[in-house]
Design a protein around this ligand. Sequence first.
Ligand code: GDP
Length: 541
Amino acid sequence: MAREFPLDKIRNIGIIAHIDAGKTTTTERILYYTGRIHRIGEVHEGGATMDWMPQEQERGITITSAATMCFWNDYQFNIIDTPGHVDFTAEVERNLRVLDGGVVVFDAVAGVEPQSETVWRQANKYNVPRICYVNKMDRTGADFWRTVDMIRTRLSAVPVPIQVPLGSESNFKGFIDLITMKSVTFTDEKGASPMISEIPEALRDEAQQHRDTMVERVAETDEELTLKFLEGEEISEEELNTALRKATISNALVPVLCGSSYKNKGVQAMLDAVVHYLPSPIDIAPPVGINPDTEQEETREVDDNAPLSALVFKIVSDPFVGRLSYIRVYSGTLKKGASVENTTKDKTERVGRLLRMHANHREDIDEIRAGDICAAVGLRNTFTGDTLSDSSKPIILESISFPTPVIEIAIEPKTRADQEKMGVALGKLAEEDPTFRVNTDQESGQTIIKGMGELHLEIIQDRLFREFKVEANVGRPQVAYRETITRTAQAQGRHVRQTGGSGQYGDVWLRVEPNERGKGIEFVSEVVGGTVPREYIKPTE
Ligand code: GDP
């Protein structure tokens, strides 16, 4: 059977943004314009949704990363959701690993925000080609050019505006497309049919200057174009697009666009830019892994007929089908009902169902081919970061690296009878989330959970209640110790056996607080520097 979508017509992309920049709104508009949802606002009203967890809707943040498929013109898009909150950067990182390109959304008022810098650095690490979308052009204080400047200075990137906004703030009407040199304005409320017209006379010179700058930047990345540019020859729209695509994919520059997702202006042009400038699965480096038999490095061809290599990038417990594993297939074809090798764990797994996740429904499919993303049911021993391959042609793709959790709290069920249930639930949550850990403190017997930040652990507590019906209390661990300390030892203070104040253990300074029972040190509230040998902080009973 021929593929429905040739590889060059697939775009695996992430919408990457600082919290509040408008990722949810932009994603929702994408689903609207691509016909996946039928009413603007549908996502927030529940039902069809990218932000499907109740906590996300209540808190207005995106935590889980689903991969949702939609079509734009003749192209298949898999949109991999990436959370915007600092506690979830590990999640962002694992998703960056499996996507081929990103749309980075900025708030035109705030410009480049601290979290944008974090995700930008993460995207650099995985060489993810990007386009920038300066959203919220309708807001008071919106400034496209300042945001472009910040992309240059704060992110050390080479931003190349390919649009110039027409009007700004409440007067934001649309943009001048510097490639086609036409003006694009939005007259109907839903922005469904943008109006394309000549650039107003008064703006022509300015637009031409911006176009010249753009052409110069693009030409700098391409020898042939440089020559043409220097000789003053006309560079065609096609030549420009080809060179821009090449330069974007090689991360030499980032095209910048503008819009207001909320006011339905600019989203379609952004989708066109995804098609034009972001890579398909065959435009990026082919997958490389280690053959576990020979321990030699191998490269796989991005081809349906090549041996299977696929990376599991997310596990979720789904209320309907149970354990759902999101998979990116790099080479070969994964079939429903097939036996595959989890090469990382050295276990054979059977793929039950394969599901294509649409915004408002899921579709059972028989197979998924190279370059594509779907979710599988039935993989029991597979975890995030594991490789699936043919047993006769094993390969282990580079796994996803996860940072070590940074905070920890003690947790106990409100009613003792829930202790076992809580243990099972926490175990399940830890299976889904490699940056969440659970263990029992040997000395105090307390259950300790560790995560990436307060919000992360709050959400765990919330999910315990909602999904597993376990109400739990959290508190500071009775014995808090941290094995690795980054700050240097400097504190002065009294010996630690005196309660309160600070103390020195070997070369480590600790700030301690009285033990609740009034004996020795039970609680070390802060480690000021060095590495704490565990025996030093045993309660002195
Ligand atoms: P996320 O946190 O990045 O997912 O951001 P949201 O999409 O939830 O948007 C955050 C807030 O900004 C919401 O109140 C949106 O209605 C608002 N917003 C999103 N896009 C725009 C826009 O283009 N213009 C204006 N004025 N507000 C917007």
